[in-house]
Design a binder for this molecule. Structure first.
Ligand SMILES: *Cc1c(COP(=O)(O)O)cnc(C)c1O
Length: 231
């Protein structure tokens, strides 16, 4: 299967749903990304700032880039001029930093708050209590150069579909609850980013509005293992 076929197949699958496809292009070449672009794909997701900046410079300027990986505060300035959405916001401090560089670039940057829904310890994101605390913080209303568009979550990496379904269900309930408690209709809190190659059909059943799909579009990623001596 070609990348073009994969994109077209996915778009066809999504037609019946109001779900946006983010093609996750991390580790993939500019040529691969262009193949997806030629098939009509414009929304791409990356998880490393350096790689994202290099690709943004090299590739067509009507690509809409989403950051989906952990972001350090000191790197916000590199992506603030062009990033369309930061899906991996996991602290109030980071929101403030994004706001600061949004203002410097005269832009409003869309953000999703990442919620920790998986069993694994290693995944980033707010727990429920932390999330509520941030949403209640009075400092939020001063941040005019960010817009909180919704939530993002990554399910546990497991074959247990029932378990994945429960995690997505829980995130959807949280999303609905937060929407009515903290946002007004005109606020466009409308994005629930959940679902990857292995679990996007479950995520869509549970109310996802945005899926982040990598290997099903581009094929498996080669994981590079570096020895310390190789730097
Ligand atoms: C890599 C990645 C994806 C895509 O993963 P696939 O299994 O290749 O679809 C989605 N979301 C995040 C946050 C990722 O880091």
């Amino acid at each position: 299967m070609s990348i073009r076929n994969n994109i077209e197949g996915l778009q066809q699958e999504l037609q019946a749903h109001e779900v946006t496809l983010i093609a996750v292009s991390k580790t993939k070449s500019n040529e691969d990304i262009l193949e997806a672009y030629e098939a009509g794909q414009r929304l791409f997701g990356e998880n490393m700032v350096q790689e994202l900046v290099a690709k943004q410079e090299a590739l067509p300027k009507d690509i809409e880039w989403h950051l989906i990986g952990h972001l350090q505060s000191n790197k916000v300035k590199y992506i603030a001029p062009f990033i369309v959405m930061i899906q991996s916001v996991d602290s109030l401090n980071l929101l403030k930093e994004i706001n600061k560089y949004g203002a410097k670039n005269n832009r409003v940057i869309d953000c999703l708050l990442q919620v920790h829904i998986a069993d694994e310890e290693a995944k980033f994101g707010f727990d429920h209590a932390e999330l509520i605390e941030v949403l209640r913080d009075e400092a939020l209303s001063d941040l005019k150069n960010i817009r909180i568009r919704g939530l993002m979550g990554i399910a546990t990496n497991t074959d247990n579909e029932k378990h994945i379904k429960e995690e997505f269900y829980e995130l959807k309930m949280l999303f609905d609850g937060i929407k009515v408690s903290f946002f007004r209709k005109e606020d466009s809190f409308d994005t629930l980013s959940m679902g990857m190659s292995s679990d996007y059909t479950i995520a869509i059943e549970q109310g996802s509005t945005m899926i982040r799909v990598g290997s099903t579009v581009f094929g498996k990623r080669v994981i590079k293992h570096f020895k310390a001596s190789e730097g």
